[in-house]
Design a protein around this ligand. Structure first.
Ligand SMILES: [Zn+2]
Ligand SMILES: [Zn+2]
Length: 150
């Protein structure tokens, strides 16, 4: 979704609500993750005293595989983000998003924000016991018969 920002930049007090979702079809190019749902994006852009601020929530379900036991599962992640929108680079802070020609590519921003927030280590549960190194048994389902070396 492309958002036109000219009015938002020019008129103090101007605001726009954002409430839409990014289709799974549009996410096919992202090879590192499998989406189990569209990405829901909901938020607001407001010009307060000349500062244009975007705040939004991003919610999506992913098909994941546990790093320890390889179990497949679907998990929903939801994060909140905040950015200051500017027309040209005034600072290289992460919080600033440069909107060239007064437009914001909301899809691009939401996808990159979301993917950066995802945990690097994916576990089916915090205390996942993983697989036995010798026999491959899923230790979440109980101990295996392998002799434990001391
Ligand atoms: Zn696991
Ligand atoms: Zn074993």
């Amino acid at each position: 979704m492309i958002i036109q920002l000219r009015q938002l930049f020019d008129i103090i007090g101007e605001s726009v609500d954002i409430d839409y979702s990014i289709d799974k079809d549009e996410l096919r190019d992202i090879k590192a993750y499998t989406f189990a749902s569209p990405i829901a994006v909901k938020g607001k852009i407001i010009n307060r005293a000349g500062v244009v601020k975007l705040t939004y929530d991003c919610r999506a379900e992913f098909e994941l595989e546990c790093d320890r036991c390889l179990a497949k599962f679907v998990r929903e992640y939801c994060y909140s983000f905040e950015h200051i929108l500017v027309r040209s680079t005034e600072s290289d802070e992460d919080m600033y998003v440069v909107c060239k020609d007064n437009v914001l590519d909301m899809n691009e921003l939401a996808v990159s924000d979301l993917l950066l927030q995802l945990p690097t280590k994916i576990l089916c549960k915090d205390d996942c016991k993983g697989l036995c190194f010798s026999c491959g048994h899923d230790l979440n389902q109980g101990e295996c018969d392998c002799v434990k070396e001391k």
